[in-house]
Design a protein around this ligand. Structure first.
Ligand SMILES: *Cc1c(COP(=O)(O)O)cnc(C)c1O
Length: 395
């Protein structure tokens, strides 16, 4: 008979998976033969550009890449990242000390608390947020301290409102602009405030820049590392996933403060042995294609955004036009919770959306719609939305 093995206290501490009911309703809609439109996941539907795939194929033939890719990532890959930071942000990075290749940025985000956070220390995480900030903290024995993001405050955490005792116990801060899920963007003043508090209280600032290349109407999101003093206090996670439609490939980089990079590299040296060399070579090819690939993806997302936002506004929904990311962060109708709204969307309209409260208590009252389906499908979404009964008594 198989033994009963209890999972660790740390694993048990992780927040429960909140989308069980939603998944079940989605499966039921599929089983009924309904044409389900999934706006629930932040995964580009656009394929990885052909030349990147070709680079991988060529590199896969090279026996050099069949061996352990030990170290901080190929020098040539790290140099490409440095070149990108120099060209795009005018930020100078030492590719040996200040850049570390990651198996996707989720991996680096999940591991960084292990490098710096002791039990009892706080990690400041936005609410709502990308879940790995919380999970990584808990798995390291740290304590997440949530910073509510509100629309009135532009979805920026109010560091100046935090109690001194909290700031003194903080070891690390996660922040993310352009922001998933709220689509908010941050300006230089906010980043300067982060540097000020990180220096004053001695915590590490970790900026998640997953959407830094997905921005509209000519807007160019800044890098945190452009902020004076940022490299004294922190790092930025840069991911190829959204920029180059490479979510499945698992490649990203941590950039910035050499000591922080070293700590993360040390944890990683014990747990993984790097990224398949052929994927790193494909990553190098991706940076070379930036000017062909990125403006084109941005145009596609911008057109989708316009179709969805215009359609929603015509039906009386009030929402800001997202300046970046491929999401819409939609306030629910008065009196309707995120859970009720997502349930109605899936049962009455076969539309899957992410309920805001699943990403943190302060996400209650919102749902996230991902622009990861073609315009024709978004037009159907708009049509179906019109048919939904918002009467509380109906499912
Ligand atoms: C998609 C996403 C990432 C990227 O994750 P990878 O592991 O690099 O694919 C990181 N942060 C946020 C907020 C995201 O939405």
């Amino acid at each position: 008979m198989s033994m009963a093995f209890e999972t660790s206290r740390r694993l048990k501490q992780l927040p429960p998976y909140l989308f069980v009911e939603l998944d079940r309703l989605k499966e039921e809609a599929i089983a009924r033969g309904e044409d389900v439109i999934n706006l629930g996941i932040g995964d580009p539907d656009l394929p990885t550009p052909g030349p990147i795939v070709e680079a991988l194929k060529r590199a896969a033939e090279n026996p050099f890449n069949h061996r352990y890719p030990i170290g901080r990532g190929f020098k040539a890959f790290r140099e490409k990242v440095a070149e990108y930071y120099a060209r795009r942000f005018n930020v100078a990075l030492d590719s040996d000390k200040e850049i570390l290749a990651l198996v996707g940025s989720k991996e680096g985000i999940g591991h960084i608390p292990l490098a710096f956070v002791n039990p009892g220390e706080l990690v400041l995480v936005p609410d709502p947020c990308y879940p790995p900030y919380v999970s990584g903290t808990l798995l390291a024995g740290g304590e997440p301290f949530r910073l509510p993001l509100s629309e009135e405050q532009g979805f920026l955490p109010q560091l100046d409102k935090l109690e001194r005792s909290v700031l003194e116990r903080a070891k690390l801060l996660f922040f993310n602009y352009p922001n998933n899920p709220t689509t908010a963007v941050a300006d230089a003043a906010f980043f300067e405030q982060v540097v000020f508090y990180a220096k004053k209280y001695g915590f590490i600032a970790c900026h998640d820049a997953a959407y830094i290349d997905i921005a509209f109407d000519g807007y160019r999101p800044p890098s945190f590392l452009q902020t004076p003093g940022a490299q004294d206090v922190g790092i930025e996670f840069y991911s190829l996933s959204k920029t180059f439609n490479m979510t499945g490939w698992r490649i990203a980089a941590a950039c910035g403060n050499a000591e922080v990079i070293s700590g993360l590299a040390s944890v990683k040296s014990h747990l993984d042995t790097g990224i398949f060399g052929a994927i790193q070579e494909a990553g190098i090819a991706a940076f070379d294609l930036y000017d062909q690939v990125v403006p084109q993806s941005v145009r596609i997302y911008q057109e989708r955004r316009d179709v969805l936002v215009t359609g929603l506004r015509q039906q009386g929904w009030q929402l800001e036009i997202p300046r970046a990311t491929f999401y819409c962060w939609l306030r629910t109708k008065p009196g309707i919770t995120s859970a009720v709204m997502t349930r109605k969307l899936v049962t009455q309209a076969a539309i899957v959306a992410t309920p805001g409260h699943g990403l943190g208590d302060a996400g209650e009252g919102y749902v996230r719609l991902a622009l990861t389906v073609p315009v024709e499908r978004l037009k159907i979404v708009i049509e179906r939305l019109q048919e939904i009964s918002w009467d509380e008594d109906e499912a």
